[in-house]
Design a protein around this ligand. Structure first.
Ligand code: BGC
Length: 907
């Protein structure tokens, strides 16, 4: 047994392994990633970054050096003769984002790689299992030869008021095709496919891959993405056919396709099939498609065999070249949208008062869960039979479909039967947010086996989990996770159902830490940051929605636009992504400067959306100024990351000036709390919850002001509102940190355990299966989505407060804190894990029947953690590993620990 004494990070290297059975030298690095992805094909960076984690077992494990080998030949790599690059043993403690430093990479090439490491005792691990990455276009200007093609007939131009009424004009959803011959044995084939709008690629009668709604939404004119598919096994000797079905999605003009099919033959020769003037175009069964309004598919118009060789396309038209060519065409390096599961109906009810005129015979299908996706349906009937499916989150009390809160979106898919046996349909180019569906025109009896809900969203890997013994808290977690998943559709969105579904920046950053706790969004955020950069105005303004769309296109409100620095900062802190800091720092400074132009003596009061959807409104001015302050805080840190000392000083000074001006103007000395301003009717705002929360969270409230604001906050929440939040989405994000870090976690528990209005529990009591947009239960035509992620921030506190895996001062969990709050609430156990870039962090605590507490934590290799074990007066902390604390008082004992699993008993 090892006694860890006098523990500080300096002593880490002196500790010997607590488990001598595990010989480090036998355990290779695991979980190899390139650009955050496992064995990616089609990356387009010249300097990819490698990451791995050290084997999970093993106490006190640190990386001292690494060796990376890269080879075109797997055989050579395994023989220890890498033919591209051998880094040699490089002294470096980082297992995250090690940049490739070998000779220039070649395009369209698969590289195998492996890594081994030494630990602090200079023991060398085995090499990892080999992994690979494959390049696509590394020199796009020279290498891309395909043309952007479209149907020769163009869509009508979008009108000014087109916004949500695209169905009023002619829009073509074409199919495009080409045949070609393969005469030699194929070694490998890759399809690089893109389009303006959506593209579904087909080869020899089959859809390529299992992605949905590709390519991802971007600011298309500036940057469109291409997707790489391995299509080797889809090609055949002799005649082949390649086809594309195109849809509009967020692209408002004529649909366009782009493809390069690269075939490598066994004899070493290569061939390219590209989109160009030799392709032919027609229209297919998709009569109309729209994200908001749904898809109409007339199966009678299917062109049988259009995507197979030998099809007679003599009546097809030659394609036209598109006039729209994006400035950049780059690789889609992030998880795709995919079907992640399905739901069978909970009930199917027949009624005769359906449809817009309340007189149709319909089925109302309840899938039991609000979600995002489409319906898959099977039917058999005479040709021309039209099945109409409308989607909604709500039913009226009498059981009819309520589409009022969907507003102008028609959310209607139609399938017209061709009359050939049992037919199956799943729409391609639309998406709905729904729990209920109304099915009209179904031939025969609609039974459970004929219909299911297909759930889809950006399929980022699950990377964390929280649970406890309180069903309400677990339920809150579930409705939040459904909302988060359904609102990430290649960009973070506000809602999936009504006529919006846009990249509202406020919603995205407020839910982002809850998202990061649960999912690996590193690559996804890296892409979204480009969407923000592409939406930034020349003056530096960042809009409220990115990509900017319909609303929120102009100068953004700071609490929305601040998503730009915050997502960059989170990418740095959680994923240690320094590259995004390098790439976006100048833009962030440009945004800061744009706010600076509105600054007067430290105050920056411009703000149009504030503590949105609060039950008790707060003034805008302190919110603008607070966001200005916060951006300075973030930029001070990011400038430091890049070693820009002058900027560090600049933002530090700015921060102080703003904090001072904030306190002078918004702290009411007479009343003794933050209280400022009057609403548009001249009524004073009073010292609302949010007015206290924001300066407390930001750290602007210091000393006496802090004490007074905390006192006021407790009064407001506990006494005046009986443990309920009346603030909006900003307050609901920041309140938990404030309470948690000021000894008021009891109040945080109180808030989350409420079941009456307004609370998360109230939503659940009212039947919510996804998180709502509002505290209130509303079902009418006004703004009331039942699937919004912006209040989802509460889940951060489950991980960071209840389970105690705290927010990070250092990037990538290099050093972090575990400080759970078992004693402040009524739970008996809680546990959470997060798969970090260094490995899995776990925190679990159990209250035992004898009144004692057991706490078990796991710290991943190459990390250290401060573990704060909470106790009540007269209790002792006993460490199973016999480690001693570095500090202790009557409420807690603090340990500084290297990697390992540690068990504490508090009694
Ligand atoms: C969206 C919100 C968004 C807001 C702007 C709404 O219509 O759905 O979630 O953030 O507008 O304040």
């Amino acid at each position: 047994m090892i006694r860890f004494t006098l523990f500080t990070p300096l002593f880490l290297t002196l500790i010997i392994s607590a488990n001598p059975k595990i010989a480090f030298s036998q355990l290779p690095p695991e979980n190899l990633r390139v650009e955050y992805l496992k064995n990616p094909i089609g990356i387009d960076t010249n300097i990819p970054r490698f990451s791995w984690i050290l084997p999970e077992k093993g106490y006190n494990l640190f990386q001292k050096a690494y060796q990376i080998q890269v080879s075109k030949s797997l055989e050579n790599l395994l023989k220890n003769q890498p033919d591209v690059w051998d880094s040699g043993m490089v002294g470096c403690p980082d297992n995250v984002h090690i940049e490739y430093k070998g000779p220039a990479l070649e395009s369209f090439t698969r590289y195998y790689w492996r890594v081994r490491v030494t630990n602090q005792k200079d023991e060398i691990s085995k090499f990892s299992e080999p992994a690979y990455f494959e390049t696509a276009f590394l020199n796009p200007e020279k290498e891309m030869t395909a043309k952007w093609i479209r149907h020769p007939e163009k869509d009508d131009e979008p009108t000014q008021d087109d916004k949500r009424k695209e169905y009023e004009r002619k829009r073509i959803s074409p199919i495009l095709r080409k045949e070609f011959e393969v005469t030699k044995p194929i070694k490998q084939a890759r399809a690089y496919v893109s389009g303006l709008g959506y593209v579904e690629l087909h080869i020899n009668g089959q859809k390529v891959g299992d992605h949905i709604l590709d390519p991802a939404y971007t600011v298309f004119e500036k940057r469109t993405l291409y997707i790489t598919h391995d299509v080797t096994s889809m090609l055949q000797q002799g005649k082949n056919a390649v086809g594309m079905m195109l849809g509009h999605g967020w692209w408002k003009k004529t649909c366009t396709g782009w493809l390069e099919l690269h075939i490598g033959y066994e004899d070493g020769t290569k061939e390219k099939i590209i989109t160009d003037e030799t392709w032919k175009a027609s229209t297919g069964p998709i009569v109309s498609e729209s994200l908001y309004h749904g898809e109409t598919y007339d199966a009678r118009l299917e062109k049988n065999g259009w995507d197979t060789p030998g099809y007679n396309d003599s009546d097809w038209l030659p394609v036209a070249l598109s006039e729209h060519i994006p400035e950049k065409l780059v690789a889609q390096v992030m998880p795709p949208i995919q079907v992640v599961g399905y739901l069978k109906p909970k009930s199917i009810t027949k009624r005769n008062d359906g449809g817009p005129d309340k007189n149709e015979e319909v089925y109302i299908v309840d899938f039991g869960q609000n979600m995002t996706g489409v319906i898959k349906i099977k039917a058999q009937g005479p040709a021309g039979t039209k099945i109409r499916m409308r989607h909604a989150e709500l039913l009226y009390e009498d059981g009819r479909l309520n589409v009022e809160n969907i507003r102008s979106a028609k959310v209607t898919d139609e399938y017209i039967l061709k009359g050939e046996g049992e037919e199956e349909y799943m729409p391609r180019f639309t998406q709905h947010g729904y729990r209920y569906a109304e099915i009209a025109g179904y031939p025969g009896e609609l039974t459970e086996d004929k219909i299911e809900a297909q759930i889809f969203h950006t399929n980022f890997p699950k990377s964390g989990h929280f649970e406890c013994d309180n069903p309400l808290i677990n339920n809150i977690r579930d409705i939040v996770l459904w909302a988060i998943r359904g609102n990430n559709m290649s960009i973070p969105t506000d809602c999936p159902q009504r006529d919006e579904r846009m990249g509202w920046m406020g919603d995205a950053h407020l839910a982002s830490e809850a998202t990061i706790m649960n999912f690996d969004v590193a690559a996804y955020y890296q892409k979204w940051l480009w969407d923000i950069a592409d939406s930034q105005s020349p003056e530096g303004y960042v809009p409220d929605t990115c990509p900017a769309n319909i609303w929120g296109k102009k100068k953004g409100s700071p609490p929305w636009a601040i998503a730009y620095p915050l997502i960059t900062w989170y990418s740095w802190r959680y994923y240690q992504n320094r590259r995004v800091v390098e790439l976006h720092y100048d833009n962030l400074v440009r945004w800061f400067k744009s706010m600076e132009r509105d600054e007067k003596d430290g105050l920056m009061e411009y703000c149009h959306y504030g503590d949105w959807v609060a039950l008790e409104k707060s003034p805008m001015e302190p919110i603008g100024t607070g966001c200005y302050y916060w951006t300075a805080v973030v930029l001070e840190e990011l400038a430091g990351v890049l070693g820009k000392q002058e900027d560090v000083e600049y933002f530090k000074a700015k921060k102080q000036k703003v904090a001072e001006a904030f306190n002078n103007k918004y702290f009411d000395k007479e009343k003794g709390y933050y209280c400022y301003g009057k609403d548009k009717d001249g009524n004073p705002y009073e010292g609302t919850q949010f007015q206290q929360i924001f300066p407390l969270f930001l750290g602007i409230a210091q000393g006496e002001y802090r004490e007074l604001a905390l006192k006021k906050l407790r009064e407001e929440i506990e006494v005046r509102r009986n443990g309920h939040l009346y603030c909006g989405i900003l307050g609901a994000k920041y309140v938990y940190d404030v309470l948690n870090d000021s000894g008021m976690a009891d109040l945080a528990y109180k808030i989350v355990l409420q079941k009456d209005f307004p609370s998360y529990g109230y939503m659940i009591e009212m039947g919510a299966t996804t998180l709502w947009e509002l505290w209130e239960y509303k079902t009418g035509p006004e703004m009331n989505s039942h699937n919004h992620q912006m209040f989802g921030s509460v889940v951060d506190w489950f991980f960071g407060g209840i389970a105690g895996i705290r927010r990070l001062p250092e990037p990538g969990y290099k050093h972090f804190t575990i400080a759970p709050k078992p004693w402040d609430g009524p739970l008996n156990y809680a546990q959470a894990y997060i798969d970090t870039v260094r490995g899995r962090v776990v925190s679990r605590w159990d209250k035992n029947p004898d009144g004692s507490l057991t706490m078990v934590v796991t710290i991943p290799p190459n990390s250290t953690a401060k573990v704060v074990v909470p106790k009540k007066e007269n209790m002792k902390v006993i460490s199973k590993e016999k480690i001693v604390p570095i500090d202790a008082n009557k409420n807690q004992e603090i340990f500084e620990l290297p990697s390992g699993v540690y068990t504490f008993t508090v009694k």
